[in-house]
Design a protein around this ligand. Structure first.
Ligand code: SAM
Length: 231
């Protein structure tokens, strides 16, 4: 899987992703992440990529042309690599998008190339969004200063569903949101901590009973914390 992140702050994105599990997956060539600086496609001598908003209002807007040129450069490289008329999926990170979910992550994990577009300031000129964006994704009902953190969240959630990124393929299988359930409580050593014992059943070695207990706990926890998932 190749992620192409269009941003004004490539260092922020790469520093955030180039560690731990995702960093290792990059090192092992399982995923590839490039952060492309939209400012490199500015068409004026001051490298300016934002301007005032027509109709008035506070703040600045990212202009259409640098975003479009940056997209064309990335899409052109993807096309050269794949041949044909392939149009890559372009995700605009925006508070106005569909709220990101595990289901959406699983859908995106099937792609070979994903372009992620990070806005800044008051956002991006609508005209270029109309031309290039295929998906609008929000990470929640609040407004951030930029799309970089949301892009990193999408890359992380999608990457860990790609075979080989996690230590074992099973790790992603029985987690929260699988079958619309939250994960059951988990415990590690020691057996007693602050007078709290690990539930006896988990020490029994009886796998069928442990699975049954875990499923029950998942249902109880989901009912308590996220009843909406059960409907
Ligand atoms: N004026 C825009 C609005 O009201 O919809 C908000 C712009 S926000 C200050 C700047 C950029 O941050 C957006 O273009 C988007 O890329 C990103 N952003 C902010 N909140 C986000 C969220 N909840 N999910 C995804 N991206 C977000």
């Amino acid at each position: 899987m190749n992620f192409h992140i269009m941003t004004l702050f490539p260092e922020m994105v790469m520093q955030g992703l180039d560690t731990s599990i995702i960093g290792r997956a990059m090192e092992n060539g399982i995923i590839d992440i490039e952060a492309v600086n939209i400012r490199d496609y500015a068409f004026n001598k001051h490298n300016k990529v934002d301007d005032y908003i027509y109709g008035g209002g506070a703040g600045m807007l990212m202009q259409a042309e640098p975003v479009y040129l940056c997209y064309e450069a990335i899409a052109g490289r993807i096309k050269d690599k794949r041949g044909g008329e392939y149009k890559p999926r372009v995700i605009y990170l925006t508070p106005q998008g569909e709220v990101f979910s595990q289901k959406k992550a699983a859908e995106l994990a099937l792609e070979d190339d994903l372009i992620l577009l990070c806005g800044h300031y008051e956002g991006i000129d609508e005209r270029v969004l109309e031309e290039i964006v295929t998906d609008n994704i929000s990470i929640g009902d609040y407004v951030l200063t930029g799309g970089e953190l949301p892009a990193m969240i999408v890359v992380d959630a999608v990457s860990r569903l790609i075979p080989g990124v996690l230590g074992s393929d099973v790790s992603a299988e029985f987690e929260s949101f699988h079958d619309n359930l939250l994960e059951y409580p988990q415990y590690s050593r020691p057996e007693v901590w602050h007078d709290k014992r690990v539930p006896e059943i988990l020490l029994s070695g009886h796998h069928a009973n442990i699975e049954k207990w875990r499923h029950e706990q998942s249902v109880i926890r989901t009912k308590q914390r996220r009843p909406d998932l059960l409907t």
